[in-house]
Ligand binder design. Structure first.
Ligand SMILES: C[S@@+](CC[C@H](N)C(=O)[O-])C[C@H]1O[C@@H](n2cnc3c(N)ncnc32)[C@H](O)[C@@H]1O
Length: 281
């Protein structure tokens, strides 16, 4: 299968799954390899034959959808974002939670891949903020559509390649070496819960102080689905809560109740119910 055939196939198939070709341009090599493997496993002679197969077997679209999910992640991906989370977001969200007499800060990592993002958040809290907020526990719900990734996430062990953006001193404090693997220490795992969830089908119950939705919806979903999902995420935030998107992503127009978080990039504050940031924000 050559690149041109695969691109033509993707441009046909992706919109049928509410996915967006431009997001796939750079990562198509990985996706094309998976599709080719699947075509061979089915004993089909060409991608045209695979199109026909998809027409006759509706359940195959789920297999193709899984082949199109991009699992790339790493700890503290885009360090500048985590600096903002540490210095601006979590202190303000902690103050808001205390004003509501909450005992925990509720966070949600949407499309958490193998756990790198939710564990990064937990490490940040444990190493930098927990002492300042002894009355608060950080809880992270980490969801992904891919069960295999979630199982890997639950083991919490990673190769050195996933840890390139972790500060040297944090590496020693947050991970135990097991042979060539680095395993997240128990205190940093304690507040993180993994669950299978397809973000196209709704949001988990409850309200969140912080939602991370990076490098998934606004990169790979088609515009109408982006708007629907982002609207739902905005509705799942506490007033004053924060939404973090990918550094290279932008929020669609007409998402109600969110405004850019001053002094940051790719971070938004929920201004629902007339929320206005306090003097310390
Ligand atoms: C590129 S990774 C991003 C990981 C992490 N958020 C980051 O920025 O490093 C995208 C993740 O979204 C997951 N995903 C794809 N479609 C999804 C869906 N419909 N619902 C939930 N997760 C999905 C994939 O399995 C993958 O783990």
């Amino acid at each position: 299968m050559n690149d041109r055939d695969c691109v033509a196939f993707l441009q046909w198939a992706l919109p049928r799954m509410e996915l967006h070709w431009p997001g796939y341009r750079k990562v198509r090599g990985m996706v094309c390899k998976r599709i080719e493997k699947r075509r061979r496993a089915l004993g089909l002679a060409s991608l045209d034959a695979y199109r026909g197969y998809l027409g006759e077997h509706r359940e195959e679209w789920e297999v193709l959808g899984a082949a199109c999910a991009i699992p790339i992640s790493r700890f503290f991906r885009d360090r500048a974002v985590f600096e903002n989370v540490e210095q601006l977001l979590l202190p303000e969200l902690a103050r808001n939670a205390e004003r509501r007499f909450e005992r925990s800060l509720a966070c949600w990592s949407v499309g958490c891949a193998s756990g790198e993002e939710p564990y990064s958040l937990s490490i940040l809290w444990q190493l930098r903020l927990a002492q300042r907020w002894p009355g608060l526990v950080l809880r992270v719900l980490a969801t992904d559509v891919d069960q295999n990734l979630l199982e890997r996430a639950a083991t919490g062990c990673y190769g050195a390649g996933s840890l390139k953006e972790v500060r040297e001193d944090w590496l020693a404090q947050a991970f135990d070496r097991q042979g060539s693997a680095y395993c997240v220490r128990p205190p940093m795992r304690a507040g993180v819960t993994f669950a299978r969830y397809d973000i196209r089908q709704g949001a988990p119950p409850g309200r969140f102080d912080l939602i991370l939705c990076r490098n998934l919806v606004l990169t790979y979903f088609e515009p109408a689905l982006q708007r629907a999902v982002m609207g739902r995420l905005a509705g799942a935030l506490h007033p004053g809560g924060a939404l973090v998107i990918g550094m290279h992503e932008s929020l669609p127009d007409r998402i109600k109740g969110l405004e850019a978080w001053t002094g940051t990039r790719a971070i938004f504050r929920s201004v629902r119910d007339g929320f206005a940031p306090g003097p310390q924000a």
